[in-house]
Ligand binder design. Structure first.
Ligand code: SF4
Length: 367
């Protein structure tokens, strides 16, 4: 496949693995967190950890939008969907994310709630047009990558003067989550970050500068292909060896330093920061999520339907909170592969293909 196979070349990967082994100082450890679940998936899928020396360790981060959505927000969506006047539109991988007490959108749908899986935000607009007597709500989730499509949808709803359409907004931000990991009460040893790919196509490289400048953590933004990851790991090792802590961009074929200015401006026009937002695993993080600006309050489902905020405890047997903070691996969870599988997920990390538990279940390759 053109533009993919070039970045999966076995000889080049072997060469990069040789270069990593040559550069990695055997007298020290290198601990790099890949923030993004897409990178976690790539590491597992291509067995990249098998190509790294023992003293180069990858730590899986919280950059999976489905994984970090707390049970309380799922409960709120279920309560909304159970109203007879509502059609709730969701992306498919949200359906099996556990809420509290074993609930999920899939189970709510089985009980009769009108929950529709959509492939794009504009599918939700079409549903609102086709069902003028029903209230259509779009369950918006994701990091900076998926916020611009939500903005496009809101503009489309405005243009069509839809009066039966609203958004349950759960968009979250990458830099505050990275900050929360570094400032955690139970911090982990991290020597650098593999920066997210898709998120960075939107926000660019500048938002990572404080981690390099103030926290002295190198950041290398990387693409999703195996050669991207191997090159990024080599670049991180070189920074650590040189005592540098900079933001470098391995994924220059897609990420511009200033990001996508059109998307950034449109998101800023429609959304503003929430004071606090509850993350699964990371707790409540200030200024880490978005809500609609007051000019678009009529499209905000939380206001329109007076949705009460719900914060519920995670299943105590599930290690997702520790996994999302990089403190544990999937195999450290007693439920992995027994009570918890992709068919019967107990925690969110087993649901999405970007979740560490699902990736380890599918490929079984994490060290
Ligand atoms: Fe949670 Fe399941 Fe992963 Fe255990 S295996 S941490 S229960 S998602």
């Amino acid at each position: 496949m053109k533009y993919a196979d070039e970045f999966r070349d076995k000889e080049l990967a072997t060469g990069l693995a040789r270069a990593i082994r040559a550069k990695a100082d055997p007298s020290r450890a290198y601990r790099f967190m890949e923030f993004c679940g897409g990178h976690t998936h790539a590491i597992a899928r291509y067995g990249l950890e098998d190509m790294l020396p023992d003293n180069v360790r990858m730590i899986h981060g919280p950059g999976c939008p489905v994984c970090v959505l707390p049970a309380g927000r799922i409960d709120m969506a279920i309560a909304l969907a159970e109203r007879p006047d509502i059609i709730l539109c969701v992306y498919g991988d949200l359906m099996r994310v556990p809420g509290s007490r074993g609930s999920s959108l899939l189970k709510a749908k089985a009980r009769g709630a009108d929950i529709r899986m959509v492939y794009s935000t504009l599918d939700a607009i079409a549903l609102a047009e086709q069902n003028p007597s029903r209230e259509v709500v779009f369950f918006a989730i994701g990091f900076e990558t998926t916020t611009p499509p939500t903005a496009v949808m809101i503009r489309a709803a405005e243009k069509k003067s839809l009066t039966n359409f609203s958004v349950f907004c759960n968009h979250v931000l990458t830099p505050p989550a990275m900050r929360a990991i570094l400032d955690s009460d139970t911090p982990i040893e991290i020597d650098g970050f593999v920066g997210p790919a898709h998120v960075s196509t939107v926000i660019g490289t500048e938002p990572y500068a404080p981690f390099a400048r103030d926290d002295r953590k190198p950041v290398v933004i990387a693409g999703f292909e195996p050669l991207d990851m191997m090159q990024a790991i080599l670049m991180l090792i070189e920074q650590v060896n040189d005592g540098r802590h900079e933001v470098e961009n391995q994924y220059r074929r897609a990420v511009a330093g200033g990001g996508n200015q059109r998307a950034i401006k449109e998101v800023a026009a429609l959304f503003e920061l929430r004071d606090q937002f509850e993350w699964r695993g990371l707790g409540s993080i200030p200024a880490s999520a978005l809500k609609l600006r007051s000019a678009f309050a009529h499209l905000d489902a939380e206001l329109r339907f007076a949705m009460a905020e719900r914060v519920v405890a995670d299943n105590p047997a599930c290690e997702c909170p520790a996994i999302l903070r990089g403190l544990k691996k999937p195999v450290d969870c007693k439920l992995f592969g027994t009570a918890c599988t992709p068919e019967t997920p107990v925690g969110s990390c087993m649901v999405s293909s970007e979740g560490a538990c699902a990736a380890h279940w599918t490929y079984g390759r994490f060290r």
